[in-house]
Design a protein around this ligand. Structure first.
Ligand code: ATP
Ligand code: MG
Length: 424
């Protein structure tokens, strides 16, 4: 038996209603804020990610699925979407459009990680990018929209929003030297990787998940004390706008995020319910990145939501609705009368299921129950002779007759009269 590749999973029909609900909420909320969908390829030139994510990041160093194609080009399955969306922005000349250019995309990402609950090698994100505007109100709007997405799913109360500023190019060197000075005496308490990071990329230490490093990280100096006046004013303004909109957050001075390209505002949405896979979404401002990818000097801000983790949080609450009715012909002649009625109902968007006249009535009624059908429509030779069918309400067993000629209309009426949405 050939099984799915490790860390890669099927999303089964029992789960897809939850996925559809999450995706629909994302589209609804993002589009209300003026975002338009863009769909970018699943693979790109390796160089795009090396330059767009940063050579020193875990993603580029350890997690990419990189391969050479038959033409000898080095390609990589996308580990995140921002670099791809920015590549498209530059390639298609989006910078001439009214700013900010607001884009979102959804789909699979690929990272070679150790698979566990909430961590896979193919996983899905919803990504948002707002390009070409530096105003801090945009940062606040983007963050508010992210929280509205969780609110639309009824999850807001189970999540914590953390925001920080990691300053601008003027801030970084000042803070990094303070951090290195602080870390020096603690070198031996850090994991091997962080010891190497002190010299190569000390900021990344704040993002280390190794438990042994946490006591050192917790006492590290706050980057907020090193912010340039401009970066301080930007962050204060973001906070004022968040407060004005009633968005609740915690300031987290050690939140630096795993990617090299962030400046100023960074944020993360956490849950306590998924063990160490506690980050549900993260994002930040990346003002130099478009230029770094040979594009215009346009700023940007965005976030990524980990959809598997959102779906996990939703639990089993969403179920696929069964068909409105199971049509049960008892024999070939009845089948030929019910087939067109089923087709008309389906054309009208009413889901019905049809037996093929080869099983006995008790078996078909049992099937109606297992499918979760609300109604059974039964037609045997006696009913055909009278030009009728029997409609049975599955929950009560109550039965009545309808003319076969108007059965399709009756099914459309029953389908339209459903008070339950398809996905609850
Ligand atoms: P983590 O710290 O959990 O590794 P990250 O910082 O690498 O997350 P980002 O690159 O910011 O994650 O991606 C945004 C979101 O995508 C994360 O908050 C998480 O919800 C989700 N995510 C990241 N990697 C995976 C994965 N391997 N499997 C499932 N979801 C993931
Ligand atoms: Mg990661």
């Amino acid at each position: 038996m050939i099984k799915a590749v490790r860390g890669v999973r099927d999303i089964l029909p029992s789960e897809t209603p939850r996925w559809q609900r999450v995706e629909a909420a994302a589209r609804r909320v993002f589009e209300a804020y003026g975002y338009r969908e863009i769909r970018v390829p699943l693979f790109e030139r390796t160089e795009l990610f090396a330059r767009g994510i940063g050579d020193e990041t875990d993603i580029v160093k350890k997690e990419m699925y990189t391969f050479e194609d038959r033409g000898g080009d080095s390609l990589t399955l996308r580990p995140e979407a921002t670099a791809c969306v920015l590549r498209a922005y530059i390639e298609h000349g989006f910078q001439v459009e009214p700013k900010p250019v607001r884009l979102y995309t959804m789909g699979p990402m690929f990272r070679y990680e150790r698979p566990q609950a909430g961590r896979y090698r193919q996983f899905h994100q919803a990504n948002v990018e707002a390009l070409g505007e530096t105003h801090p109100a945009l940062d606040a709007e983007v963050i508010a929209m992210l929280m509205d997405f969780f609110g639309a799913l009824g999850l807001a109360g189970r999540l914590e929003l953390r925001v920080n500023s990691i300053g601008d190019t003027g801030t970084r060197p000042v803070y990094v030297s303070r951090l290195v000075e602080y870390l020096g005496p603690h070198r031996s308490e850090l994991c091997g990787e962080c010891q190497a990071r002190i010299d190569r990329n000390p900021l990344r230490i704040l993002d280390c998940k190794t438990p042994g490093c946490q006591p050192v990280i917790e006492k590290a100096p706050s980057i907020l004390d090193s912010l340039s006046p401009e970066a301080t004013e930007h962050f204060d303004s973001v906070r004022r706008s968040l407060d004005a909109m009633g968005v609740e957050y915690k300031v987290a001075p050690r939140l630096v995020r795993g990617l090299d390209y962030y400046v100023r505002t960074t944020f993360e949405v956490l849950t306590t319910e998924l063990g160490s896979q506690n980050a549900v979404a993260g994002g930040g401002r990346y003002d130099g990145l478009i230029a770094q990818l040979d594009g215009p000097a346009d700023p940007g801000i965005g976030f990524a939501i980990g959809l598997e983790r959102v779906v996990l949080l939703l639990g089993d609450e969403a179920h696929a609705a069964g068909p409105v009715a199971l049509l049960i012909p008892l024999g070939e002649a009845a089948l030929q009368r019910l087939l067109p009625a089923a087709r008309r109902a389906r054309q009208g968007g009413v889901p019905v299921e049809l037996g093929y006249g080869i099983r006995k009535l008790p078996r078909e009624l049992e099937r109606a129950n297992r499918l979760g059908a609300e109604w059974a429509v039964i037609a045997g030779d006696n009913e055909l002779a009278r030009g009728e069918a029997v409609i049975r309400e599955m929950s009560t067993g109550a039965q009545r007759h309808v003319p076969l000629d108007t059965l399709a209309e009756e099914l459309l009426r029953l389908g339209g009269a459903r008070t339950e949405p398809r996905y609850t």
